[in-house]
Design a binder for this molecule. Structure first.
Ligand SMILES: [Zn+2]
Length: 87
């Protein structure tokens, strides 16, 4: 069953396995909470939080941080509508 309110976690492990979690939160970095004032978005997932420790900290940090226009499909919309809680 697919829950369309849930946005799949974009994280992919080094062995190619995709994370089976979904995004439970986002932190917006920038001068404001609205596009284009948001400069970066960090995602948290239901399975592994922000995936820190799954791979080297530098890589994991990069993997769960996105520029707004680089976010996986549907994520920004979900943040805007509140489907993904953001801080
Ligand atoms: Zn995940």
């Amino acid at each position: 069953m697919v829950d369309f309110n849930k946005v799949a976690c974009p994280f992919t492990y080094r062995n190619g396995r995709k994370c089976c979690g979904y995004i439970i939160g986002a932190r917006l970095y920038g001068r404001g909470k609205d596009y284009p004032n948001v400069r970066k978005v960090r995602l948290w997932c239901s399975e592994k939080d922000d995936h820190a420790g799954a791979v080297s900290s530098f890589v994991s940090k990069e993997r769960m941080e996105f520029y707004p226009d680089m976010l996986p499909a549907g994520v920004w919309k979900a943040i805007e509508t509140g489907a993904i809680p953001s801080t």
